[in-house]
Design a protein around this ligand. Sequence first.
Ligand SMILES: Nc1nc2c(ncn2[C@@H]2O[C@H](COP(=O)(O)OP(=O)(O)OP(=O)(O)O)[C@@H](O)[C@H]2O)c(=O)[nH]1
Length: 368
Amino acid sequence: MEKILKSIAKRFSIGGGADIDEDNHPRILAGLFGSIGSLLSFIFFINSLFLSDYYLSFVLFIVCSSLLISYLIINSNKYAHLHNAVRHISLVAVLLFGAYLVCTGGLNNSGPLWIFIIPPVALAFFGLKIGVVYNVIFLIVICVLLLFPDDLLLTTEYSYEFKSRMIYAFLASSALSICYEASRYKSFEQLKSLTRQYKLESKEDELTRLTNRRGMWEILTSENNQSKQSDSSVTLALCDIDYFKRVNDVYGHDIGDEILKHVSYLAKTAIRDGDVLARWGGEEFLLLMPDTNENAAVNLVESICTLIQGTPYSLEDGEKINVTLSAGVCEISPLISIHNAITLSDKCLYQAKNTGRNKVVPYSQYSV
Ligand SMILES: Nc1nc2c(ncn2[C@@H]2O[C@H](COP(=O)(O)OP(=O)(O)OP(=O)(O)O)[C@@H](O)[C@H]2O)c(=O)[nH]1
């Protein structure tokens, strides 16, 4: 049973889609309703033919055909511009059919039972506002039909109790459907905002609030595609805090964390609009500089290093902790892919570390 439900949900993309799309929700439900509604009305159409109720079978045939057509249109992207109109038309067809069933009683006065599908369907198709309007309109229509003096608008007979229960039951069904739709909408909005937050957080480093490695890879990939089309220079710099282990050992891990935040903040203020700074690893940062050649990148990275060196981190007791950076810089080119540029920046960084630290080594000056 669970498997069947899952496959239905998958078929209609209910709750299984990667994207949360409230606009798509009524379309999916309208398609589902169109398929089930056309199937049911077809079965009743055949049944009423066997019972020689040709008038009812004609009405059912019209309902079945309109639901089938609306199902086909709603499932076709070619007629996307008609989807909204089709939803209105199929709901109006259902309302008219409901009014017809109330008016005539359908088979042995059992027809009015179907009007209770109207509140959930109207709300599912159009959400709260328009759904409530359709429900109110239908309520007025059945009240007029049922309460008109001398039953002049009815072709069948109902007892007074049956009429009043029908109206009360319809009201109760509408009220419950409205409450359900309101709470569903609220949950949906919460889910959407959580998803947005999760997506953001999954690409953001919790400590420094910089883009994390995963987020940076996405940015690098899209930047790479853009720069290929525009032939502009893109340069990467891999920066690493010098002797950071010593900071942790002397001042503790918490102060180490504060220094990571301090360095991130300063570097962020020094980069330009369009540059992207990411926390690449523990105390390692990757800077992406679009529209920047190696020379300009070295100047920018050196200015960041100077700023950080000139702005020590102050402890509560007034002690200052000096921090310096080492960096490797490499420009991406037709011969140097992003992956290669990261590897080569790392080699340059390694050379900066091995030749005294607190310096920037560009790939053009890298010696094996
Ligand atoms: N406080 C803190 N420390 C971290 C974090 N991530 C990594 N580290 C520490 O960073 C230190 C990196 O040490 P090393 O790789 O030996 O490098 P280093 O001491 O900076 O020396 P050089 O890079 O050679 O100048 C380690 O002690 C890690 O525990 C973090 O999120 N917070």
